[in-house]
Ligand binder design. Structure first.
Ligand code: CP
Ligand code: NVA
Length: 301
């Protein structure tokens, strides 16, 4: 794996990354493998978890992270991505970027000589998927499960579809018509799922979708960049909420996941977020362990 733009880049490394993440979390891997390595972290959008977990994770591995807001970089004044890529490649060992558009990260990869990690675009959020898979592994012990993603077929959903297909997990997207995941990713995930004996489906009827679910997962109805559609989305998604009534229709031992940040009483209710079935806080912690595994794999000598 040279870069992590999409989950497709990690297809053959999924289980290695998850095992490394578990070993880093348990302390079985302790070394400062990334001493003298520098990670640039470019943010074109807000972040709490991605920023802090990459920054702390890089320090814990012995390396040095640099927070680079696009507003402060010359990118903000129009310096082209290719020039930025060429120059930062001379200073840094790796770049993590949260970009408004997926194409920005593709361009950065094209002109960089160092590994690039996608820290969220409008299309994918692969780092999140690794934390999600690690959490499912910890709670359920295996991936022979049914995950139902409730709400918007967005970046988080797209990466998770591929993660599910690669690990052999069944995944159903319960979404309103017109808010399905990316068509190419959906088709690819269905194709990959055949090789792992799993199924990838879309179901607009949420009550049908949650039957026999082991995992209920949701994300905001209004992602960063979709703010101008906020009012419309709140109407369209109103029946796609994870609440105690919906949770009671899943398996008795089902867990609830959310990538965060959450908007209470939109996509999820507070009682569910803080219930004994919520895996959300462990899932957030796992961003740290999963990302350290990704950095370790990409940068260890
Ligand atoms: N889940 C996630 O990526 O959170 P942040 O936006 O806070 O980084
Ligand atoms: N889908 C959300 C995820 C935030 C972590 C967004 O893109 O804003």
């Amino acid at each position: 794996m040279e870069n992590l733009l999409s989950m497709t880049d990690a297809k053959d490394k999924v289980f290695e990354i998850l095992d490394t993440a578990s070993d880093l979390k348990s302390g079985k891997i302790k070394d400062k493998a990334l001493a003298d390595k520098y990670l640039g972290m470019i943010f074109e959008k807000s972040s709490t978890r991605t920023r802090v977990s990459f920054e702390v994770g890089m320090h814990q591995l012995g390396g040095t992270p640099l927070y680079l807001s696009s507003n402060d970089l010359q990118i903000g004044r129009g310096e082209p991505i290719p020039d930025t890529a060429r120059v930062l490649s001379r200073f840094l060992d790796c770049i993590m970027i949260r970009a408004k558009s997926h194409e920005t990260v593709e361009e950065l990869i094209k002109y960089s000589d160092i590994p690039i990690i996608n820290g969220l675009t409008d299309k994918e959020h692969p780092c999140q998927t690794f934390a999600d898979l690690l959490t499912i592994k910890e709670y359920k012990g295996d991936f022979n499960r049914k995950l139902v993603f409730v709400g918007d077929g967005n970046n988080v959903c797209n990466s998770l579809l591929l993660g599910a297909a690669y690990t052999g997990m069944d995944m159903t997207v319960a979404c309103p018509e017109g808010y399905e995941p990316d068509e190419d990713i959906y088709k690819l995930a269905q194709k990959e799922a055949k090789d792992t004996n799993s199924t990838i489906t879309i179901e607009h009827d949420i009550n049908m979708a949650v039957k026999d679910a082991d995992i209920l997962y949701t994300d905001v109805w209004v992602s960063m960049g979709d703010e101008n559609e906020a009012q419309l989305r709140q109407k369209i998604f109103k029946d796609y909420q994870i609440n105690s009534q919906l949770l009671s229709q899943a398996k008795d031992d089902a867990i609830v996941m959310h990538c965060l940040p959450a908007i209470r009483d939109q996509e999820i209710t507070d009682d569910v977020m803080t219930s004994s079935q919520s895996a959300i806080w462990d899932q957030a912690e796992n961003r740290l362990h999963a990302q350290k595994a990704i950095l370790y794999l990409l940068l260890k000598d």
